[in-house]
Write a protein that binds this ligand. Sequence first.
Ligand code: SF4
Length: 379
Amino acid sequence: MTTTTPEAPTYQGAAQRRKHISMPTPQVPRQRRSPEEIAAAQRFQEPKRVLLAAPRGYCAGVDRAVVAVEKALEQYGPPVYVRKEIVHNRHVVDTLTEKGVVFVEETDEVPEGGLLVFSAHGVSPAVKASAADRGLQTIDATCPLVTKVHREAVRFTTKDDFHILLIGHDGHEEVEGTYGHAPQNTTIVNGPWEVDQIEVPDPDKLIWLSQTTLSVDEAMETVQKLRQRFPNLQDPPSDDICYATSNRQAAIKKIAPETDLVIVVGSANSSNSVRLKEVAKEYGATRAERVDFANQVDESWFEDAATIGVTSGASVPEVLVQEVLRLLAEYGYGDPEEVVTAEEDIVFSLPKEIRKALKEAGHDDVGRGGRKRSACSTS
Ligand code: SF4
């Protein structure tokens, strides 16, 4: 059986040191085969290694959104309503629920005059209008990199009269939000397999945009196929797949060829976490698994795994990775060797509604988001 032990060593990589996660470590005991039993089943001779990807975990947009909700709770008290999951991570959602956040699917579930936060994935103008109709006080925690895509959608369809081919997963909240900015002039393309079927109004007035959390390789394959079919397809001014998605995929690409097993910490509805698992397999990991928590790691995976890679999606607090590393240490794996492929120091300003509330409450440092500059973060 494994439990969380406060004395257990905590490994903090360069990319993660600046993040002070306020959420408690989940206590998740589970019946397991013992380390001795697993060791007896392991036939390989190599030392047992752990390669830890960096960057991994929280991105600036997720950090901003979670801090925004925490500060809303502090300033206004519960209940704070959040439309959809603030970020796609079970632990984050469960922790905020315990603190008094009420997650709803739509604006009509919020009592008139209530306080509603829009999630990091963004919303369509129709959702904002519906909230305004109900007299809701709103805080928009949409990631600025998603807002950038929204602005592009509006600009290219209204000013330049383009039709948008939006590469992304139909039904994902971010795609719904972007689509909702130009619904009459947007076609969603789920992947390269759909390119031959799509119909467009004018093949010479097309531009592609994308969801921010796709597989970089698959998105480029879709663009290539689209361009073969529509040679005059325009590129967006800059990539929509965000720095955090690209960086986490680059890190796992570097590690994957050396690993027998990659463990991705992240939730099943987290697009970028699911992509990390796929990328790990594509780039040579013998096996790749995704878990929400360390207690979902099956110790039988270790039987053929001399080298294990570990990473986490952009909505995953570092405490959840630390749990997995402690488990690996219990089963005799060595200190994690961090493989750094990029340094990240991006911090986004908190939503303007929160900054205004903090200023009115007399807090000095309200200009920027992120926990390290927070004047009154819960921790
Ligand atoms: S994954 Fe990228 S787009 Fe999504 S919240 Fe993070 S930084 Fe923003």
